[in-house]
Design a protein. Structure first.
Length: 180
């Protein structure tokens, strides 16, 4: 008897050239009823997925279909650990969910190789708010939760915030919105 857990698959779809969100992309798990369409922020989420290996497909008008075979969804990934079954081919900041959020949001990212990683939050004026990650991490999928507090453990006000991921010589920044 194998234990099965209900997991969540979420992320965001962006255009590689413009780095803008792709609205209306359909993300689905082959041979299941799990599917979602990206919103205006390019984000999607599917919940209640049993742990296992799946074929995940992304399809959007004017884009080539993307197929991820043997995609592992398990409780380790849901708990924020790296995904040992498959190493991603590239560094990628996958986005945060939910967005807008209150009071917490989860930031997901993939690392192509092992290395030192930082993930910082900045306000809309570029001022440092807090550090979520500052450590050596292994290649794979990771996620971290931000509780909407600054480095002094004080709740930050409603507004636009930026989260910036750095790993090696790579850096990516995205926007999120805190609504109270």
């Amino acid at each position: 008897l194998q234990e099965s857990f209900a997991e969540t698959l979420f992320g965001s779809i962006t255009d590689q050239r413009s780095n803008q969100p792709v609205t209306g992309a359909v993300v689905w798990i082959e041979d299941t009823d799990f599917a979602d369409t990206t919103d205006i922020n390019g984000t999607y989420m599917m919940t209640g997925i049993p742990s296992g290996h799946y074929v995940v497909i992304i399809d959007a008008p004017a884009y080539r279909q993307k197929v991820f075979r043997n995609f592992l969804i398990d409780d380790l990934l849901a708990a924020g650990e790296n995904q040992p079954a498959a190493t991603p081919a590239d560094f990628q900041l996958l986005g945060n969910y939910p967005n807008p959020f209150n009071p917490t949001t989860t930031v997901a990212y993939t690392l192509a190789g092992n290395g030192h990683v930082t993930l910082h939050i900045y306000d809309m004026l570029g001022r440092y708010v807090t550090r979520l990650v500052d450590e050596w991490q292994t290649a794979g999928n990771h996620q971290v939760v931000w509780d909407g507090k600054n480095s002094r453990d004080e709740a930050v006000p409603t507004g636009v915030y930026y989260y910036q991921l750095r790993a090696g010589k790579r850096m990516e920044t995205r926007k999120m919105i805190l609504v109270k």
